[in-house]
Design a binder for this molecule. Structure first.
Ligand SMILES: [Zn+2]
Length: 517
């Protein structure tokens, strides 16, 4: 749309007093209309109630939302594709704030599209591709094709590896300088830096290093997404304080906010209260969560910091065997016991640690030491309290993430966004539909600093969904986590129909997104 047209629209709208019900004269000027979604209930993504409106798409943009008043002649001559959305909602495509996967390996990302996700964010938990030039890697992803849009992060752990710091606690001055330069360069093509302070090598970082990194992130007007140092309930305050410290220099965001073995909504309010006070003091802090009571990660999560890597573990196994066994026994028991650890890597897939121990006739801590080891498997860990996590989800500054991937053995990778609507909106009335959609769209876009997506409005990029909420269904389960969600009838990415009635289109319509300069 050119500037004159916009001006004409603005004048016309201000004269008649509202955009939704006025005839749009400028629409006549388009020789063709690529997509008309008519008669739907539009949720704009900002949290307001649904409005009856048509959505008109030309190229990759929404050009009009309102009563389009097309004539039969228009339908015959100009409109390439019509979708009758009567009785259904039209919303922005969902934005996943924390995703996993390798778009060069599985570029279709059908698990995400099937649950309404049109933008994913990768490079999480301190871990991005270990390449010298992230910009080249992103170009390769773009030319290879990608099913959803991608908002990329650069991982702090990866930067440590690439700059030769590795697991050294305090980097040499010139190594630190090299890492800060790499960060600065990477931030030109990414939306921020992720940290994974519960994993190697990131867990070795100390305050001065994190502060130096945060200054670079802030100077570039980017953000820090953090898998915090420790999510155990008795360590949460410390972990949050460490992140808020970096929040003095840059926007900060808590990845998959959870309390491991904390309980109750009162505890959730305490945690959220810390974030509220930080915001009052001027720190820009947000968070996201996934709607499940089990986490999913490598089994090294239960190993002590001195036995997390294979090298450390091999030494500890010989020199500190009893201490290691005791640590594992206590830690797993505190995390609801071996029954609450569901293994997700072959040959153990689908068995709990308790079942495997029973089968092998060994104590579970010996199974961890002698059979599995810290890099042996990934698993789902049933360590969260439903009441506490649900309370976290309702907070206005908490968004939604899947923390899932096309291949991860946890239903969140295929179910999260369907589950929010099916369970939290319709079954339990914990969120209203406009609020749930806001979290998954405009809120997520604002966290990432994306200004042209996440809202259904003229001028925005056309990432859109058409669906009947009552037919949205999560089919993924813990035993069968790789099953696609159903009910998102039409999934539009950059103005193109990427998925319709459960069928994936030929071709990939996602883009590698560039951050604002
Ligand atoms: Zn994580």
């Amino acid at each position: 749309m050119n500037k004159n047209r916009i001006l004409a629209c603005v004048l016309f709208v201000s004269f008649l007093g509202g955009c939704t019900k006025t005839p749009p004269p400028f629409l006549a000027e388009y020789a063709s209309i690529d997509l008309l979604i008519e008669n739907g209930q539009v949720l704009d993504g900002l949290g307001g109630e649904a409005q009856s409106a048509d959505v008109v798409v030309v190229g990759d943009k929404i050009v009009f939302v309102g009563d389009a008043q097309f004539t039969d002649d228009d339908f015959d001559r100009r409109i390439k594709k019509r979708i009758d959305a009567a009785g259904r909602m039209v919303t922005p495509g969902f934005i996943d704030l924390h995703s996993h996967g390798d778009p060069l390996e599985t570029p279709a990302l059908e698990n995400f599209l099937a649950m309404g996700v049109t933008t994913i964010s990768l490079g999480q938990d301190g871990d991005s591709p270990e390449v010298a030039n992230l910009s080249d890697w992103l170009d390769e992803v773009a030319s290879n094709g990608i099913g959803t849009n991608l908002a990329m992060f650069v991982g702090h752990g990866t930067l440590r590896t690439l700059s030769g710091i590795g697991r050294t606690p305090v980097p040499e001055a010139d190594d630190l300088e090299r890492m800060l330069e790499m960060l600065d360069t990477s931030l030109q093509v990414t939306f921020g830096m992720s940290t994974g302070l519960e994993y190697n090598p990131g867990l070795n970082a100390q305050r001065e290093e994190l502060e130096a990194l945060a200054r670079v992130v802030g100077r570039n007007d980017r953000m820090i997404m953090s898998h915090m140092r420790n999510e155990d309930d008795d360590q949460l305050e410390n972990s949050i304080a460490e992140l808020l410290d970096q929040g003095r220099y840059a926007r900060v965001h808590i990845s998959h906010l959870k309390s491991v073995f904390g309980k109750g909504s009162e505890r959730a309010r305490e945690i959220l209260g810390i974030l509220d006070s930080a915001r009052e003091s001027g720190i820009q802090v947000t968070a996201e969560t996934y709607p499940y009571n089990a986490s999913y990660t490598g089994i090294d999560i239960v190993f002590p910091v001195w036995a997390k890597t294979v090298e450390q573990f091999d030494v500890a196994k010989v020199e500190r065997r009893d201490e290691l066994a005791e640590f594992l026994r206590n830690r797993v028991n505190r995390r609801n016991g071996p029954e609450a650890t569901l293994l997700g890597t072959d040959p153990y897939t689908g068995k709990t640690l308790a079942e495997l121990a029973h089968e092998l006739e060994m104590p579970f801590e010996d199974v961890l030491i002698d059979v599995i080891g810290p890099d042996g498997v990934s698993g789902a860990y049933f360590v969260m309290d439903n009441e506490l996590q649900t309370q976290i989800l309702t907070d206005a500054n908490v968004g939604v993430c899947s923390d899932g991937s096309p291949t991860g053995f946890h239903p969140r990778g295929h179910g999260t966004f369907a589950r929010i609507i099916e369970r939290y909106v319709l079954q339990e009335s914990i969120l209203t539909l406009p609020d749930a959609v806001r979290k998954m769209t405009s809120f997520a876009a604002s966290v990432l600093g994306i200004t042209d997506r996440g809202v259904v409005k003229a001028g925005m990029i056309a990432d859109l969904l058409v669906f009947d909420p009552s037919r949205v269904h999560e089919t993924a389960t813990y035993p069968n986590p790789l099953q696609l969600a159903v009910g998102f009838d039409v999934v539009i990415v950059n103005g193109k129909i990427a998925r319709e009635d459960g069928r994936q289109a030929d071709g990939f319509f996602g883009r590698v997104l560039r951050p604002a300069t």
